[in-house]
Design a protein around this ligand. Sequence first.
Ligand code: ZN
Length: 149
Amino acid sequence: MQSSAPQSTRNCVACGRSIAWDANVCPYCGHDFRMVMAPVPQKKESAMPVIGGILIIIAGLIELVVGGVLMAGGTVFLGLSLGTSGILVACGAVLAIVGIIALLGGIFALQRKHFGLAVLGGVLGLGGWFIPGLIGLILIALARDEFHD
Ligand SMILES: [Zn+2]
């Protein structure tokens, strides 16, 4: 039964021989441990979530603006035809809410977090700006691995 090695030595990962704990280079095989000690490179981050997020934010803004115009227009004509303008205001409100969710999804995409919400924002943003929103959605889906959750 071999007892545990003293703390002052360790085994070289390249040749397996016992070397000083704080050695930078193995005296036997020349393996350079500074390479190993260097920080592990971060997971590669592409621009895809950023571009996708910006596209979805713009799509959400368009929905927000259109929704706001519908609400404002509906309110202006409220006295003229209550039924129709009521629907207009309701549609505008829904569109504005959808736009806000798309906006938040785009912001999450920029931060590479809450992948599910970023995708939801992308889907909801399609109503505002279809083709760019779709491109944004695809970019986010392709960058799935870059998201933190
Ligand atoms: Zn070695």
